[in-house]
Write a protein that binds this ligand. Sequence first.
Ligand code: ATP
Ligand code: MG
Length: 421
Amino acid sequence: MTKIIQAVRGMNDILPDESYRWEFFEHTVHEWLAAYGYRNIRMPIVEQTDLFVRSIGSVTDIVEKEMYTFVDHLNGDSLTLRPEGTASCVRAVIAHNLLYDSPQRLSYSGPMFRHERPQKGRYRQFHQVGVEALGYAGPDIDAEHIVMCARLWDQLGISGVRLEIGTLGSIESRALHRVRLIKYFENHLDVLDTDARRRLHSNPLRILDSKNPEMREIINGAPKLIDDLDQDSLIHFEALQHLLRNQGIDFEINLQLVRGLDYYNRTVFEWITDRLGAQGTICAGGRYDGLVEQIGGKAATASGFAMGVERLLSLMLECGKEITSPVPDAYVVHQGEVAADFAWKTVELLRSNGLKAILHCGGGSFKSQMKKADASGARFALIIGDDEAQVEEVSLKPLREAISQVRVGLIAAVDLIKEQQ
Ligand code: ATP
Ligand code: MG
């Protein structure tokens, strides 16, 4: 026997019994983005590897060990399946000079790729909806992002999500903090493990995340970012909190919030739930004022966030959000040659009237066709034999309600089906 080809590990099929939940999600998100004035942008799924190395940072988990990077053997280019959308979005904005005369509110959605260990809520192909606002400097846009998330949770029927906010300070104060950290750890070189030594000059902040108990004490004594924060960033952070309180948004301040991507400064935030086990962060984002310039554009402020679609859909299930799969209005069964022609006319007329209709294909007895009609979930069966067809009528049989079958012309059938909606 021929060997069955499996899907790639950690990359999922989304089958029809599940995809209607995705469609509900996508529809809700579409309306929500429009309500806030965010316009859709679509970038390629594959980018030059260098884009992610330069934006996300060469010493981050994503770049060090999670990227699907390969050589395009036709021309030798190093390409990468996008692990996130911000870098591509910013690249596109620069390439097309979108910030030329006005700031931009943009959004995108689609698959992202990270080579992680697959588990519940963590996949190698997963989906994000991303929102980016470029050319806005103030805390107002940061607050808008958080407020719009809260509204979306409501629309998705999600509750009990906790918001954590923090600030990383300005690009300059981050740089200052970095220098102080390096100096501090250099004075304690003997306590650092190999990993920490390797990161000392490339990404000293990451040393703070180390789980090595022997370094615990030295890490606890390290200079705190809060002591290096600049005045303007503190004012920005205060203003953000004020705006959130005004909008009735609850939050916790977490000054230890570090993101796994290097480009953030000032505001960072995460929405977290306890209902999904270890993979509890459903949405994360913040400000990245240096990124546009860093990847070759004219300096511009920016802020954004991305949410994990799989985790949100799981949470909707956990919260008992009911979404009904759309059902056909009519299933048309027919037998005989004249009946077949009239059945085609019937389904197309139903569709022209905005109804969802399935034409029975493949023949069979009326009895077996009626079984298919029932299994389709359709609200009505339209039964057409040659005698009905000759006088351009159908027998309309309700499949879900206790109303009796009637024999009517097509216009009357359409009206009756619509009346029962
Ligand atoms: P985590 O801490 O769970 O690894 P992250 O900080 O790497 O998340 P981001 O890069 O901020 O995640 O991406 C934003 C959101 O995308 C996350 O909050 C999460 O909901 C989702 N996400 C990230 N990685 C995965 C994955 N491998 N599978 C499913 N969803 C993911
Ligand atoms: Mg991660």
